[in-house]
Design a protein around this ligand. Structure first.
Ligand code: GNR
Ligand code: NI
Length: 171
């Protein structure tokens, strides 16, 4: 197991369309282990494979709070098959350190995917889990949270990110 480094905007690999996974091979299982470790270390609520430079349709999510038992979910080749309602959620993204902004999302989603053993499942989600599923699913299509902001908010968010990146380059 290893912690992988997380790509930051504007890395071009965050813009690629990820490819479906044919078979859950031992290599994919090892990749999933690295993604869990990387997500917990960050720490983050979710992590999509493209964020560590792997263009495959795979993400992991754990929405449990600090004092709750972990609730890890693995989604392989996910498809959001239903969306319902609307919610504004204050989101962050590990590929945009320091940026937090309210994003318009569906309030509830139904997602179909394969789990880490290659078994199909369907899940209905609301709250943070529904928002995280939409956020991670966007990563698989090269869509980032700034793409879902107004022009003004995007400009402010990217300026804030640039400032942070300049600071950490000088540190
Ligand atoms: O850690 C994360 N927190 C978060 C908060 C609200 C909505 C979405 C997220 S996902 C994010 C981790 C990340 O960047 N996943 O791609
Ligand atoms: Ni993200």
């Amino acid at each position: 197991m290893a912690i992988r480094s997380i790509l930051h905007y504007p890395d071009k690999r965050l813009r690629e369309k990820a490819q479906p996974i044919d078979v859950v091979t031992p290599e994919i299982v090892a990749l999933i282990e690295d993604m869990k470790e990387t997500m917990y270390a960050a720490p983050g609520v979710g992590l999509a494979a493209p964020q560590i430079g792997v263009a495959l349709r795979l993400f992991v999510i754990d929405t449990a709070g600090d004092d709750e038992p972990s609730e890890l979910c693995v989604f392989i080749n996910p498809e959001i098959v239903a969306r319902d309602g609307e919610v504004l959620w204050n989101e962050g993204c590990l590929s945009f350190p320091g940026v937090h902004e309210e994003i318009d999302r569906a309030e509830r989603v139904t997602v179909r995917a394969l789990d880490e053993r290659g078994r199909a499942f369907e899940l209905e989600a609301d709250g943070l889990l529904a928002v995280a599923i939409q956020h991670e699913n966007d990563h698989l299509d090269g869509v980032l949270m700034v793409d879902r902001m107004s022009v003004l908010k995007r400009r402010l968010a990217l300026r804030k990110l640039q400032k942070k990146q300049a600071e950490s380059a000088n540190a």
